[in-house]
Design a binder for this molecule. Structure first.
Ligand SMILES: [Zn+2]
Ligand SMILES: [Zn+2]
Length: 247
């Protein structure tokens, strides 16, 4: 039963990758973004009301900046209002606790200065806390989807057809290329060569396009017809930084 589910997912991932090869941008980024959009949809309708999940959101102080503002662009005023009323209640509670601890400590300063110094050192050591968004629910889901899609891609690269499609795409962004490379190194050295060859083909093509773009900005060539190469800076950016909205 579980085997079927994994196979079903692989098929869905392969279909999604096939469609993504024909679109602009890193195909893995495209598929990951599609899954995340579906996940946000289902979170809005089902996941949000789960009590354990809401406690998790209080602990993680909501979401990372990227996912916070993606949620804000959709109709989530009520959901975000409710989440932040719980998050900020907890933040206020923590601030009050810290404040009362400091007030108690301050009261001892005049009497036992040496005791306060030790307490202050422990406090400072303990209190260095900056928000870390590695806890963001959608970021964690993204990591899982990325691993799955990369693993499917590497497996599919045994097929010549998939290698051709990947070679004709924009190419993998640097992060997903590194992940695919690592996965291939673990799985199969033969596939590693395919990963490198496809990526080289894509990168060389985009490089030629951006060189053309730069050349055509020279006034001496301003009469030449301009085509798809004029937006190749976007494909180059996708190759280096990944598609917009993924991270
Ligand atoms: Zn990518
Ligand atoms: Zn996030």
């Amino acid at each position: 039963m579980q085997e079927e589910t994994i196979e079903g997912r692989r098929t869905r991932d392969t279909d999604a990758l096939r469609a993504a090869f024909g679109r602009e941008g890193c195909p893995v980024c495209t598929v990951v973004l599609e899954y995340l959009e579906l996940l946000i949809d289902s979170w809005e309708y089902e996941g949000f009301s789960d009590v354990e999940h809401r406690h998790e959101l209080i602990r993680s102080r909501g979401f990372c900046p990227l996912h916070t503002w993606q949620l804000a662009q959709r109709s989530n005023a009520f959901r975000l209002g409710l989440i932040y009323s719980e998050v900020l209640t907890d933040v206020v509670h923590e601030l009050q606790q810290d404040d009362s601890r400091l007030a108690t400590a301050a009261a001892t300063v005049s009497k036992r200065k040496s005791l306060f110094k030790g307490w202050w050192r422990r406090w400072r050591h303990h209190r260095v806390e900056y928000p870390t968004h590695a806890q963001c629910f959608f970021c964690r889901s993204r990591s899982k989807v990325e691993q799955r899609v990369i693993s499917t891609l590497v497996q599919q690269l045994h097929a010549e057809e998939i290698r051709t499609l990947l070679s004709q795409s924009t190419g993998l962004c640097l992060l997903h290329f590194a992940q695919a490379r690592h996965q291939a190194e673990v799985d199969d050295p033969l596939v590693l060569r395919h990963v490198l060859t496809c990526q080289l083909t894509c990168t060389q093509r985009v490089l030629e396009e951006v060189r053309e773009l730069v050349r055509k900005h020279d006034y001496r060539f301003s009469d030449e017809p301009r085509g798809n190469e004029m937006i190749s800076w976007r494909r180059a950016a996708q190759l280096c930084a990944g598609n917009a909205g993924v991270r």
